[in-house]
Design a protein around this ligand. Structure first.
Ligand SMILES: Nc1ncnc2c1ncn2[C@@H]1O[C@H](COP(=O)(O)OP(=O)(O)OP(=O)(O)O)[C@@H](O)[C@H]1O
Ligand SMILES: O=c1ccn([C@@H]2O[C@H](COP(=O)(O)O)[C@@H](O)[C@H]2O)c(=O)[nH]1
Length: 239
């Protein structure tokens, strides 16, 4: 018998860097295909899925600012990078028969639809996977904040962060391999201990809207369905 889903309407945030696979930059089609299978499996089980993909595999605005360039232009380029990632993920989903739409906070009408909350809600109710592109549509934000914003607007039951690591640690585990891994934390603990798995704006938005955050590794096959059925390895951040 199939286990029931713990969270039905979810916002899945995918690390842009995860899409690189073993490449130093850009998109590895094999990774996109694998992730699309994971999302398709979740949809088959009855999940309503909104996705936000980061842009770190292509461009980050801070990289421009660090070299003395214009941060706002850099952020515009970063947001456009998320549109590219979103287009490729939506294509992969459609190839597997999953209806998927890209809705962008940055209007690029000849390429995809512009985000409106009402439009997105209707599509999600119809069972379409929505890939929210362009972050918040504003510079000086991140796609984690964009994802938390969409999770609140779409009244999602949970914010799932599929990333490079399998949970929240006492320190960045890529820097300190001996860091302690947590299975459960409160929003306040994440903020007060400055655990930089995502930015404070995103955590505060989730906290203020009582949306639990689940951090898990997108590299573990089957991890998305496992999380939805409360199995596997993840950290739960909640009230
Ligand atoms: N306390 C911590 N616990 C877990 N991970 C942490 C922690 N502090 C820093 N990190 C790092 O945060 C990263 C998660 O961010 P991620 O790679 O998903 O970036 P992103 O900004 O969300 O996406 P993108 O790759 O598109 O920029 C992990 O890879 C991990 O190395
Ligand atoms: O709301 C937003 C979201 C993103 N950006 C820019 O895009 C890049 C890529 O996003 P990541 O979250 O780092 O993956 C980000 O560095 C910003 O430059 C933005 O301006 N506004």
């Amino acid at each position: 018998m199939t286990e029931p889903l713990r969270w039905r309407r979810i916002l899945l945030k995918l690390s842009g860097e995860a899409l690189m696979g073993s490449q130093p930059f850009g998109i590895d089609p094999a990774v996109v295909e694998r992730i699309s299978v994971e999302i398709a499996d979740a949809v088959k089980l009855g999940a309503q899925v909104g996705v936000v993909v980061g842009g770190g595999n292509i461009f980050r605005g801070v990289a421009v600012a660090a070299k003395g360039g214009n941060r706002v232009t850099g952020d515009h380029m970063g947001m456009l990078a998320t549109v590219m990632n979103s287009l490729t993920l939506a294509d992969a989903l459609r190839r597997r028969g999953v209806p998927a739409r890209v809705l962008s906070a940055v209007p690029v009408p000849s390429i995809c639809e512009t985000f409106t909350q009402r439009g997105a809600d209707r599509y999600m109710e119809d069972g379409d996977v929505i890939v929210f592109a362009g972050g918040t549509g504003n510079p000086f934000f991140t796609t984690d904040s964009g994802a938390a914003l969409r999770a609140a607007e779409m009244q999602c039951d949970a914010f799932l962060k599929g990333t490079q690591v399998d949970g929240v640690y006492s320190e960045d585990p890529k820097i300190n391999p001996d860091a302690e891994r947590y299975t459960q934390l409160s929003f306040e603990e994440v903020i007060q201990r400055n655990l930089k798995v995502m930015d404070t704006t995103a955590i505060a938005l989730a906290r203020d809207n009582s949306i639990p955050i689940i951090v898990f590794s997108i590299h573990t096959p089957g991890a998305l369905v496992d999380v939805l059925q409360q199995r596997g390895r993840y950290t739960l951040v909640s009230d």
